[in-house]
Ligand binder design. Sequence first.
Ligand SMILES: NC(=O)c1ccc[n+]([C@@H]2O[C@H](COP(=O)([O-])OP(=O)(O)OC[C@H]3O[C@@H](n4cnc5c(N)ncnc54)[C@H](OP(=O)(O)O)[C@@H]3O)[C@@H](O)[C@H]2O)c1
Length: 253
Amino acid sequence: MDFANKVALITGSGRGIGRQIALHFAQRGADIVVNFFRNRAPAEEAAAEIEKLGRRAVVVKADVGEPDGIETLIAETDKAFGGLDILVCNAASGYNRPVMEQKIKGWDWTFNINARSVLFLSQKAAPLMEKRGGGAIVSISSLGSIRVLPDYVVVGASKAAIEAITRYLAVELAPKNIVVNCVSAGVVETDALKHFRALQDDNVLVGAADRTPAGRIVTPQDVANVVGFLCTPAAEMIRGQTILVDGGYTLRL
Ligand SMILES: NC(=O)c1ccc[n+]([C@@H]2O[C@H](COP(=O)([O-])OP(=O)(O)OC[C@H]3O[C@@H](n4cnc5c(N)ncnc54)[C@H](OP(=O)(O)O)[C@@H]3O)[C@@H](O)[C@H]2O)c1
């Protein structure tokens, strides 16, 4: 129970990778703030699972793409637990289209939810972590930050922004004893894949597994394991890095 008496806020933790990260921290002893935007039912289910593990869970509806949503999330965290130790910026959305079909509205939507939220959630979370003597912030990126995926230009750019913001946060929050890093994942089978035309065919996932040196695609648990590690004292000297969890997929030309 290495996260006993710790409080972890995971954005977008009702479903997918975020939910697994929330359960992972709960299994290791943390109390959890479960955040959702549109889908309350899975968030309540995640909270019930966390409570079954003997941990406390609060469910907060908040759009991290809006300043008010960020204020709400931080205020509710403070109200429920009186501080924060771990922030995982996992929530993401995106306007998936080829370059020539992109729109300003899609750019703003995607950047506000994926990247602006990381900066301003971290800014608002830092005082809550300071009250507890420090903390850890981990954001979730993807291969689209450094590689070209179909229809992914805006999400890819927002992920590149997250990785850059991570480096600035790591330097500027270090005096507050806050450790900041990023985890970038290969393809993980979640609802998110429904939004990618290029991944609609099941054979694409089978092919991805075959091309991965590790022999399978990444699972939400694989991502949660590395996020958890980055929040332990063993990872204290890892700062501002983006750790790639892709089973070696991108190693081959
Ligand atoms: N799946 C992959 O292959 C893959 C690969 C690499 C990286 N990632 C990254 O891993 C993270 C999680 O991905 P996933 O596949 O688990 O995604 P997902 O299944 O599509 O879930 C997205 C989550 O984000 C939440 N969310 C969306 N917009 C939000 C907003 N404005 N405010 C608060 N929450 C919001 C959703 O909440 P609601 O349900 O309430 O809408 C949901 O919990 C993302 O950062 C994604 O880019 C995924």
